[in-house]
Design a protein around this ligand. Structure first.
Ligand SMILES: C[S@@+](CC[C@H](N)C(=O)[O-])C[C@H]1O[C@@H](n2cnc3c(N)ncnc32)[C@H](O)[C@@H]1O
Length: 253
């Protein structure tokens, strides 16, 4: 049984309001391009954390609701909303697989860098489907390693953060979304140059464990090594890391 995500995220919540990946303008633009928000949209950003994706959506939609399981993450979202004088964002405590919203109520659904924590993946997808209006779109972005690098990254993810459950491949995402009734319009994956130290820092991983996990990545062989291509630059470890970028739609009436 994975550890409770709240126990993992509450003590490090402040890190996610300034983490390099999570706040990167380029990465937020990428999710906006995928989501294609419209000025009339009521949008829902699930597992919003400190609200990075929801706050990026806010200028492009009528209203955005950010939902998360961890109160301490949402406290930072509230702080950022006030600091940036954002008037059309609200924050709701809740679970991705039991959304406290009515059927057919949102024009857009987004979730980024979180489904790999979800213990009830099919429940999360069926809830996304339920709360979207017929014909509405959804953007899903999450870690998704290619098959050869998957097991080694799974080991590192789990030891870095025991609330990690499983990252799906792009093909598995597509299958699960289609089984849940979505029409998949875009299903791609992109590689990033990943700063290992920064990644460990977000979760405040103890230095000994971080050093162990760096050795796991650096000792990797064969196809997994070709995919991960770990390298030291000025003493810091960098390697490849992947996210799936998926756009899907709830069928119209
Ligand atoms: C890496 S953070 C999210 C980052 C954020 N989406 C962004 O784009 O910057 C992962 C978040 O998932 C949340 N989470 C994990 N499981 C959840 C669930 N079942 N329902 C809602 N939120 C969940 C955690 O509380 C945490 O805030």
């Amino acid at each position: 049984m994975p550890e409770d995500v709240r126990a993992r995220f509450a003590p490090v919540a402040a890190n996610y309001a300034k983490a390099a990946f999570h706040t990167s303008t380029e990465r937020l633009r990428e999710v906006l391009e995928l989501a294609q928000p419209k000025p009339t949209d009521l949008a829902l950003d699930v597992a919003t954390g400190t609200g990075n994706t929801a706050l990026a959506l806010a200028p492009f939609v009528r209203r955005v609701v950010g939902l998360d399981l961890t109160r301490e993450m949402l406290a930072h979202a509230c702080r950022l909303t006030a600091e940036r004088s954002v008037a059309n964002a609200e924050w709701v405590l809740g679970d991705a697989s039991r959304l406290p919203f009515e059927d057919d109520s949102f024009d857009l659904y987004t979730v980024r860098a979180a489904p790999h924590h979800f213990t009830d993946f099919d429940g999360f997808l069926s809830e996304a489907m339920r709360v979207l209006k017929p014909g509405a779109g959804a953007a899903f972005a999450d870690c998704a390693a290619p098959p050869a690098a998957r097991e080694v990254l799974h080991e590192v993810e789990l030891r870095r953060d025991p609330s990690h459950v499983r990252s799906l491949t792009v093909m598995e995402w597509t299958e699960r979304l289609e089984r849940a009734g979505f029409v998949v319009e875009v299903a791609s994956s992109r590689e990033m140059d990943w700063d290992f130290e920064d990644w460990m820092g977000n979760m405040a991983v103890a230095p000994d464990l971080a050093a162990d996990l760096a050795s796991v990545i650096e000792a990797v062989e064969g196809e997994a090594r070709k995919e991960l291509h770990p390298v030291r630059r000025e003493g810091k470890l960098w390697h490849a890391y992947w996210h799936c970028l998926i756009r899907a739609r709830k069928p119209g009436r």
